[in-house]
Ligand binder design. Structure first.
Ligand code: SAH
Length: 357
């Protein structure tokens, strides 16, 4: 590692911020030694805030039907080969009940942008989960909606919302998304979610097509200034039925590096070691935790639909029962010195009064 890179890492640790050009430099000129130093500093920070706790969130993939056509995504509307399904309210509740029995206190409802889930239907589902499990947090990850819709869902009891910004560069955004979608609307959604009082998550795919160190620098600056409570980053993995089928997947190395950088920028952020990371490397999630992540998201979807929620090729955890997924992660965390905790795990910085009426 050059003296310059060591200096940038020390500055990042001290100031939790770098000018955009220096973020780009750090990403561009990184090496193994730099990654090791960053990971050690990130582990220190995470330990100071969270000890050796790793939070679990139960992921329920509620629909593979999507009206959007994101170029990278296996369940894009334009993929005629995608197998489509949609869970009923009863099925979603059954997943949450099973999860609650296994100790989960957060349920993440994720899906394509499926018009079936109107505000009324989705609010009803959120209410039912919160009535049945008042001590649990509900996180939604259902894509772009109107401010009114986000507000209705918040009033219904949703606590958190995950909406990756995907890229902070408008030109890059346009290369990954169809013309009907816009960077401006994505940003509008994120602003609305935050203003309404959601604990808000954003993030990117690492190694998405056309991504450069300069673009990643913009992402890091966006994450630094937006201050999300959660940040989902995982490698891009090509899906065989998309136009990015021949693009290379994002690397383990760069994903781990960025996890450490983000931990230094936002020591209190909830940062998952994603399923995509576990897909590109057999120990990807363990390595993600060691690099600074502090959340894992075992799958609680009914086993029969898991293969159909195929955002990318070779997704792991599609065959096991929910209890097995949980036990598997527990068994992966223990030997590396971490323990799964079952409390809600709200963001520690979370102090805003809920605006529900
Ligand atoms: N419809 C919701 C949920 C999308 S799926 C939304 O728009 O937010 C959740 C995330 O999976 C996406 O934000 C994207 O970053 C990621 N994803 C999609 N396709 C992927 C791929 N081919 N490789 C890796 N991650 C992918």
């Amino acid at each position: 590692m050059t003296e310059r890179i060591r200096e940038l890492i020390r500055k990042l640790e001290r100031e939790r911020s770098l000018p955009e050009a220096e973020y780009a430099e750090l990403v561009r000129d990184r090496d193994e030694e730099a990654a090791e130093l960053l990971a050690a500093l990130a582990a220190e920070k995470r330990k100071a805030v969270f000890g050796n706790a790793v939070y679990i969130r139960g992921l329920i993939e509620i629909s593979s039907i999507c009206k959007n056509n994101c170029l990278y995504c296996g369940i894009r509307q334009g993929n005629p080969c995608a197998e489509r399904y949609r869970l009923t309210a009863e099925e979603i509740l059954a997943c949450a009940n099973e999860g609650a029995g296994l100790g989960f206190r957060t349920f993440v409802l994720q899906g394509g942008e499926d018009p079936y889930y109107t505000d009324e239907r989705l609010s009803g589902i959120v209410r039912a989960i919160k009535e049945r499990h008042p001590d649990c947090a509900v996180t939604l990850s259902m894509g772009e909606r109107s401010r009114e819709s986000y507000e209705a869902l918040y009033v219904a009891g949703a606590d958190r919302y995950l909406l990756r910004h995907e890229t902070a560069d408008p030109g890059h955004y346009a290369l990954l998304h169809p013309r009907e979608m816009s960077f401006e609307n994505r940003m509008r959604c994120l602003r609305d979610l935050k203003e309404l009082g959601y604990q808000t998550g954003t993030g990117i795919m690492v190694g998405s097509p056309y991504q450069t160190p300069e673009i990643l620098a913009k992402d890091l600056k966006f994450i630094e200034t937006f201050r999300p409570e959660m940040c989902g980053i995982g490698p891009f993995i090509p899906h065989r039925h998309t136009c990015f089928r021949d693009e290379p997947a994002g690397t383990l190395e760069l994903t781990l590096f960025l996890l450490s950088v983000i931990r230094l920028i936002l020591p209190e952020v909830l940062l998952p070691a994603t399923t995509a990371l576990g897909t590109i490397h057999p120990r990807g999630r363990e390595l993600g935790i060691l690099a600074g992540a502090n959340v894992v998201m075992p799958n609680l979807s009914p086993v029969g639909v898991r293969k159909k929620y195929e955002l990318y090729d070779n997704k792991i955890c599609t065959g096991e029962e929910s209890a097995q997924c949980r036990d598997c992660l527990e068994a992966r965390m223990r030997p590396i010195g971490y323990r799964l905790v079952t409390d809600r795990g709200d963001a520690p910085v979370w102090k805003r009064e809920p605006a529900r009426t």
